[in-house]
Design a protein. Structure first.
Length: 196
């Protein structure tokens, strides 16, 4: 039972960190959420909008899975596997830590979606020395961790969909970074992996 409360608390920390950063940036006159906005190419807008929808749609499914987990597990044997639940919660916590550290390291360059007009710095320090996309790694680890802790078929489908969409978003952002930062980004890309 305590696992459910921990899972809900972890989700609360994750979304509070995201919304808190968005609020702080708005007070500074920065538009954080640039998903599906602006005069970007049609394909970019489409992927951003689907990715945005996928990352929001997974939230009620995660909460539903946490609350009714024992009744809908993929395999009945998983009901009696507390080690899997605790492993999943550990992975979730690591993902949230990745996300928060990435967000803090990006400072005022943090954006959700490809900026249409804003020009930001190419951040290469801190956690960005081990991953070009640590915030996305954080999202993925959170989705995978919660899925392991509370597995059911609906949760599986809704957790995999945003992971796939986030990968497509990363690839779009790489194109943006190539154009925006040129040689500096290419050198960074050679040194640091996309994920880990």
């Amino acid at each position: 039972m305590v696992e459910k409360y921990i899972a809900i608390a972890l989700m609360g920390i994750f979304y509070a960190a995201y919304l808190g950063k968005k609020y702080v940036q708005r007070r500074q006159g920065i538009t954080t959420n640039q998903i599906g906005k602006g005069t970007k190419p049609r394909k970019v807008l489409l992927i951003e909008n689907i990715m945005g929808w996928a990352t929001i749609a997974v939230i009620p499914v995660e909460i539903f899975s946490i609350i009714i987990f024992p009744k809908m597990t993929l395999l009945p044997a998983l009901r009696e596997c507390p080690a899997l639940q605790w492993t999943g919660l550990g992975i979730t916590a690591i993902g949230i830590a990745f996300f928060i550290v990435a967000m803090l390291t990006m400072a005022d360059s943090w954006r959700a979606g490809i900026p249409d007009k804003d020009r930001t710095e190419l951040v290469q320090n801190g956690i960005y020395r081990i991953s070009r996309n640590p915030a996305f790694v954080g999202f993925d680890l959170m989705y995978i961790g919660l899925l392991l802790a509370f597995p059911n078929i609906l949760h599986l489908l809704f957790a995999l969909f945003p992971v796939i969409m986030l990968d497509l978003q990363i690839r779009q952002e790489e194109e943006f970074c190539r154009e925006a930062f040129g040689r500096e980004y290419e050198e960074y890309r050679k040194r640091v992996r996309r994920y880990l």
